[in-house]
Design a protein around this ligand. Structure first.
Ligand code: ZN
Length: 346
């Protein structure tokens, strides 16, 4: 009989979590009430039932619907205290799930009009991150993410901003939204600025579109990590390239199923990536909308892909190694992983 340990006690790093998407459902309902925002029914249904709304983001209309839900949630974050609360609660949730290091991803543009501009917004976020990290003990940093639906010049502005705060909590630069729009190469200058400034390159790719979008992230954006990247599983040569280069895929199984990238949890190619030696960091993406947080992703690996405790521990190590955590934090988390395995299972 395989020994089974509590995955929420397995030390790990969380590298794929979006800002608004990290919100607790109850918090969103409270903020909507506070500001008199009428949330779409699909969203309130999901929040009260705990089940993710049915979204088929594999077509553009489905993705658009998903973005609309996301926008309505985002519109409830209006004051610095809302930002502080969101960040603190994200850290608390991660702590419960065994995360010792959290990199939260944000495009400050969306919040800037209400918070006094891009710079004040990023400063409010970084300040909240520092406080939450101190209070919870979860190490926390920020990835600034550009939106590929916007102009590449906007991405460059964000990259310069991100670099300016590289020693104050920003560790990476991302690119999100619909992979079917624009080319990765349109954003190469922004990523060049970010890389030159010492930031990790962590664009989304290989979620809504196939292996070619992952190749573009490698070739054009010099990616250190890929947001999702799961569709690389369709191309063995690409898998080998990711494995050889040690590029980590931030795989979010519950999100993939909620957005219709895969039909069922067992269809997410966790085994394929793992066996090919592609490092992974499991992530929750947008728990607000998808109904499950970090530890639940490891539970999916265990229940639907028969990962043993030794293999789950290896996944946790991969997440830690791919993080921007200082070596000393990494060492502590990796030792914690060994301790977890050394414990007798209950
Ligand atoms: Zn994402």
């Amino acid at each position: 009989m395989e020994r089974v340990r509590d995955v929420s006690e397995l030390p790990k790093a969380h590298l794929h979590l979006h800002f608004t998407g990290s919100m607790r459902p109850a918090t969103l309902l409270e903020l909507a009430d506070k500001y008199g925002v009428r949330l779409p029914e699909a969203l309130t249904d999901a929040l009260t039932s705990g089940e993710s709304p049915k979204l088929r983001a594999t077509d553009e209309r489905g993705w658009f619907r998903f973005q609309r839900l996301y926008d309505s949630a985002r519109s409830c974050l209006r004051q610095p205290e809302d930002i502080q609360r969101l960040v603190r609660e994200a850290a608390e949730e991660d702590l419960k799930d065994g995360s010792g290091w959290l990199e939260i991803q944000v495009d400050p543009t969306s919040y800037a009009p209400r918070l006094g501009g891009l710079i004040p917004t990023l400063e409010i976020i970084l300040d909240a991150v520092e406080t939450a990290s101190r209070d919870t003990g979860v190490g926390m940093r920020v990835l600034v993410a550009a939106n590929r639906m916007k102009h590449p010049l906007d991405a460059r502005t964000l990259a310069r901003l991100a670099v300016r705060y590289a020693d104050q909590g920003v560790v990476g630069f991302g690119l999100s939204n619909d992979e079917r729009r624009g080319m990765a190469r349109d954003f190469d200058r922004a990523f060049h600025i970010a890389r030159e400034g010492g930031l990790l390159s962590a664009p989304h790719g290989g979620e809504l579109t196939g292996p070619s979008s992952v190749r573009d992230c490698l070739d054009d954006l010099d990616a250190n990590r890929i947001g999702h990247g799961v569709r690389a599983a369709e191309d063995p040569r690409l898998l080998k390239r990711l494995a050889d280069r040690g590029v980590t895929c931030e795989v979010c199984p519950a999100s993939n199923v909620a957005l219709g990238v895969y039909e069922k949890p067992e269809d997410v190619p966790l085994r394929t990536l793992y066996e090919a030696g592609v490092p992974m960091a499991l992530g929750a993406d947008d728990p607000l909308l998808f109904g499950s947080r970090l530890a639940a992703q490891y539970e999916i690996a265990r229940q639907h892909h028969a990962f043993t405790d030794e293999e789950l521990a290896e996944l946790a190590r991969q997440s830690v190694r791919a993080s921007a955590a200082p070596e000393e934090v990494k060492g502590k988390l990796l030792a914690g992983v060994d301790d977890w395995l050394a414990q007798p299972a209950s």
